[in-house]
Design a protein around this ligand. Structure first.
Ligand code: GLA
Length: 643
């Protein structure tokens, strides 16, 4: 009887000794001694024992001789093989940025958050982290911005050390993903795509190409086309003018030797245009100020040669840097890179495409070129004379006119230009660009903007694209036909903002996320890439008609976020046919299961589930659907009442 406590004591001593000998066996590895080339960060390069700007590591006035300096957003993956014992570090914003910078550190083990710093600011004392790593195979050290952008987010993992019971930790580069084309090719039989509703103002010239795939030649016809409009049977181009307001239900038809296809088109002649989000190309994300007339023509050529126009892509938009100065009468003129704007517009129109340009309500554009300030009517007239169909109007130097604008001052320049455009004898889509100031989504429609940028400029990093995309939650109530939230242009394909173009840094799954999310958001789709360098993967992303249909759905609803579970999010959009499109997103670093419950969608009963990227039915489900979703990826499904 008395032996029992003794035995227990002995066991405790033995276990203690084992633990001690285990601790004695653990070997410490400074993270800085590992290969830091694997640090994936949004700005600069990670430095061993130094800050991102190459200074001695320093946090809250304290100096540290070891560790590494990086910059938000930053991810370092370290394989431990399940033999890690403990991770320790002192973290904070490096003193080289003074009081600026605000970041959040995270230590993640096999997808689970083991430690979080919370938001840390410049000059704040370092926080110590010490977490057990028992059984952890993949350790991730992550730095995020604090929701306020990444400027000055210099992040130090000082003294970062991994204790291992055996083996060595090994940093690993971001997993390489193959660029898998998920969508089957369009069949040779005819199929009509694109918007099923089209708005035009009375008296404005119509230029509407019927987007259709199928082996050429195709022969087009239309039933119910209103007088004033005519259809070219060979090209499928509808042109003409409608004088009277009205709604015209048209049935489009395309035929080739293999079959025929029909599709309804509702033409609404009234005051509202852009009844579905504009789809096209814009020069900025690829060429920046290096845009030329030749490059714009090449983009238009490629839009047709690649077949993108057969899927509804229409606009060819010149961003900043086409402007010269003004002539003696004050008319805006183009610079030497754009010798003839009218000829360029005619050329783009001759391909069945529409053309756009860019200006600023201020005296200068963002790139310091001629803006429209106090020349609004004259400029609108000029754009119309040249034959332009789209204007992006970018706040920029209007900040000098109204430095601390109240709401009325923010709205004023857009009202002035809208009034000027309204007088133009053609339809010009009006795109507001002021980065979301004054919650523009709440009043963009009121000033008659067809779309309004809700954010600052996008770039081709995961953090920029996903940060912007997923931040759109809540804006859905402001989107409607003719009035769209604009989370900025697409960053797929070859981008570069300069003469040097390079492939997007987004991984293939991130690109699927990008297009899926923008379609769910009913965002304007403006391809920002070099159209002469479209590879199969990029083409696949931009030509899946079932996915594009989500964007162009005539109901014009924007998706809402209906569920969020850590890094997994579910977004859903109602379509005109009564079905729902659901995006199951995984923002995490590892593959995860994402689930949608019918109760999150407010639906009941059996639904057919169709994978839109693969264009494949997945079967029927009764109250939920779940699936595995890759890192930073998406599965986009349509849920329709099962027959
Ligand atoms: C701003 C806009 C960009 C682009 C540039 C051009 O930054 O947000 O989309 O138009 O100006 O200078």
């Amino acid at each position: 009887m008395y032996n029992k406590p003794l035995a227990t004591l002995q066991l405790v001593i033995t276990l203690g000794a084992l633990a001690l000998s285990g601790a004695a066996r653990a070997e410490n590895f400074p993270v800085a001694s590992l290969d830091l080339r694997s640090v994936d960060q949004e700005w600069g390069e990670a430095h061993r024992d130094k800050s991102v700007d190459n200074h001695e590591l320093s946090i809250g006035g304290a100096k540290f001789s070891g560790g590494f300096g990086t910059h938000a957003h930053s991810t370092l993956r370290i394989a431990l093989g399940g033999h890690g014992e403990r991770f320790t570090a002192n973290v904070g914003v490096d003193d080289e940025v003074g009081s600026r910078g605000s970041i959040a550190f995270k230590v993640i083990g096999d997808g689970k958050t083991l430690w979080e710093s919370g938001v840390m600011h410049g000059r704040e004392a370092a926080k110590s982290v010490s977490v057990g790593l028992e059984g952890v195979k993949m350790l991730v050290l992550r730095v995020d911005d604090a929701g306020d952008g990444i400027s000055f987010d210099h992040a130090d993992w000082a003294d970062a050390t991994i204790a291992m019971t055996q083996g060595k930790p090994e940093t690993i580069a971001m997993p390489h993903e193959a660029a898998v084309v998920l969508t089957p090719k369009s069949p040779p039989t005819p199929a009509i795509h694109g918007a099923q509703v089209f708005g035009v103002r009375p008296g404005s010239p119509v230029l509407l190409a019927i987007p259709a795939t199928g082996e050429r030649p195709l022969e087009f016809s239309a039933r119910g086309l209103p007088g004033g409009l005519k259809l070219d049977a060979k090209s499928g181009l509808i042109t003409g003018v409608l004088e009277k307001p009205g709604v015209y239900e048209v049935k489009l038809r395309a035929r080739n030797k293999l079959g025929k296809s029909e599709r309804p088109l509702k033409i609404v002649c009234g005051e509202t245009i852009a009844l579905t989000p504009p789809m096209g190309w814009n020069s900025w994300n690829v060429f920046g100020c290096d845009v030329t007339e030749a490059k714009v023509r090449a983009a238009a050529d490629a839009m047709v040669a690649s077949g993108l126009n057969s899927h509804g892509w229409t606009y060819i938009n010149i961003d900043d840097c086409w402007e010269g100065g003004r002539d003696a009468e004050g008319n805006v003129i183009s610079n030497e890179k754009f010798p003839d704007m009218k000829a360029l517009a005619d050329y783009v129109h001759s391909k069945g495409l529409r053309i756009g340009l860019y200006s600023s309500p201020g005296p200068k554009t963002c790139a310091g070129r001629e803006g429209s300030y106090q020349h609004e009517e004259q400029d609108a007239r000029r754009y119309a004379q040249w034959g332009f169909d789209y204007l992006k109007y970018d706040w920029c130097s209007y900040g000098n006119i109204a430095p601390r604008p109240n709401l009325a001052e923010m709205q004023k320049p857009y009202e002035v230009m809208r009034a000027a455009l309204a007088k133009a004898p053609r339809d010009i889509v009006f795109s507001l660009c002021q980065y979301g100031m004054g919650n523009v989504w709440e009043w963009g429609a009121q000033v008659n903007g067809n779309c309004w940028r809700t954010t600052g400029d996008i770039n081709d990093s995961w953090y920029s694209m996903s940060g912007i995309g997923f931040e759109q939650a809540g804006h859905e109530k402001y989107a409607a036909p003719g009035h769209w939230n604009d989370p900025d242009m697409l960053v797929v394909g070859y981008v570069g903002w300069s003469a040097n173009v390079r492939p997007t840094k987004l991984t293939p799954n991130e690109q699927y996320t990008h297009i899926s999310l923008w379609c769910l958001l009913s965002a304007p789709l403006l391809i920002g890439c070099d159209m002469t360098k479209l590879d199969d993967f990029t083409l696949n992303l931009l030509t899946n008609d079932e996915v594009l249909e989500v964007n162009q759905d005539p109901l014009g609803r924007q998706a809402a976020r209906v569920a969020k579970n850590g890094q997994q999010e579910v977004w859903a959009k109602d379509l005109a046919d009564g079905s729902k499109v659901v995006g199951l997103f995984n923002r995490d670093e590892d593959e995860a299961t994402v689930k949608v419950n019918w109760s999150d969608l407010g639906i009941k009963g059996r639904r057919g589930v169709r994978d839109l990227w693969r264009q494949k039915d997945l079967g029927k489900c009764d109250d939920e659907f779940q699936t595995s979703v890759p890192r930073h990826g998406v599965v986009l499904v349509n849920l329709s009442p099962a027959k």
